[in-house]
Design a protein around this ligand. Structure first.
Ligand code: MLT
Length: 334
């Protein structure tokens, strides 16, 4: 396939152009928030292989994991300005730029991988993707499915919200997640993802939450002892491209990029189902983490955190939007 990039009047893909010195730059940079070994990396690697294959080697992608190109929220901005070609970030780090995607991080809405797939690959996903282009200037090309976010900490087994008393928990800079922790009686510490490991290591914070695969990839077991097997948010991590960058590509290349994103997404779903359980076991057997079951089937956690839903109706597009999401999942309205 012949690669054609049209030069836009704005600073589209400034990094690639500056490095290559011409407008036919064929190596794209992909920022990845997590370390290699996680679901974000798996999605990025698969996309890179697919796009190289689909373009007969005309496009290659260099992966920069572990926040090397900046915090996840910075890379959303940078992608929209054409300063980085592609980025993979957690959806919670897109919400500040495009609030309607917050419906995907409202606590206890998505209750597992099937729910996550239904929402991202159907009409709701399409609508949220359009909103993200409009609000944040980035296009969602594909999704990493990373699993439920589990609470980890270094102090004690946490089975119910009261056990968090006195602990400092890191949360993403995301109003919904901050509010969920407040509902459990905690005043959380919002920190960029790229600062989280160091904050845990230095004892600035006692805990955080992320899926098993991410806990493993980020080596959090080195600084955290307990994992609560909770599921307050399912971690969805889109691959994004700046809309200016996307529109600068030829129609053939746009089609290849979209196809590669879709196929990489399908791979990500299977990868989660195949690997999550083994990784959970490894955290216990090889890394000595203790898994704690939430008390009473997580009822107290659910009751308190779902109480914050009405506070976010305006930002997600109204209660009717949440009801539409719940109906898609076969559940009762809020
Ligand atoms: C966060 O906690 O900020 C993100 O969910 C982490 C990630 O991108 O994996």
């Amino acid at each position: 396939m012949r690669i054609q990039k049209i030069v836009l009047p704005m600073a589209v893909s400034a990094v690639s152009l500056a490095l290559s010195g011409n407008v036919l730059a064929e190596t794209w940079k992909m920022a990845i928030g997590d370390a290699a070994g996680g679901t974000q990396y798996e999605l990025g690697k698969t996309f890179a292989e697919l796009i190289e294959e689909k373009t007969g080697g005309d496009v290659t992608v260099d992966l920069f994991p572990n926040g090397q190109l900046g915090s996840e929220q910075d890379t959303v901005n940078n992608a929209s300005m054409g300063l980085v070609d592609l980025s993979i970030v957690a959806i919670n780090n897109i919400t500040p730029f495009s609030p309607t995607v917050g419906v995907l991080t409202l606590p206890y809405v998505i209750q597992g991988a099937e729910d996550a797939k239904l929402l991202t690959q159907g009409e709701i996903g399409e609508e949220l993707a359009e909103n993200t282009i409009r609000d944040a200037g980035v296009r969602l090309l594909g999704w990493a499915y990373s699993g439920c976010r589990r609470l980890t900490n270094s102090a004690r087994p946490v089975a119910e919200p009261g056990d968090l008393d006195g602990l400092v928990i890191r949360v993403p800079k995301n109003e919904i997640m901050i509010s969920a922790y407040q509902s459990w009686g905690v005043n959380p510490n919002p920190l960029a993802w790229s600062e989280t490991f160091t904050a845990l290591q230095q004892g600035v914070v006692d805990g955080q939450d992320n899926p098993y695969i991410t806990i493993d990839a980020m080596k959090f077991y080195e600084v955290q002892d307990y994992v609560t097997d909770s599921c307050y948010v399912f971690s969805l991590e889109p691959l994004i491209i700046g809309e200016g960058q996307f529109q600068s590509l030829s129609p053939e290349l746009q089609a290849a990029v979209l196809e590669a994103g879709q196929e990489a997404t399908e791979h990500s779903y299977s990868y989660l189902l195949e690997s999550e359980e083994a990784i959970k076991q490894r955290l216990v057997e090889e890394h000595g983490m203790e898994i704690v079951e939430p008390a009473n089937d997580e009822q107290k956690w659910i009751e308190l955190a779902t109480g914050i839903w009405p506070d976010f109706y305006d930002s997600i597009g109204g209660k009717e939007k949440l009801d539409e999401v719940l109906a898609t999942l076969g559940r009762e309205p809020a």
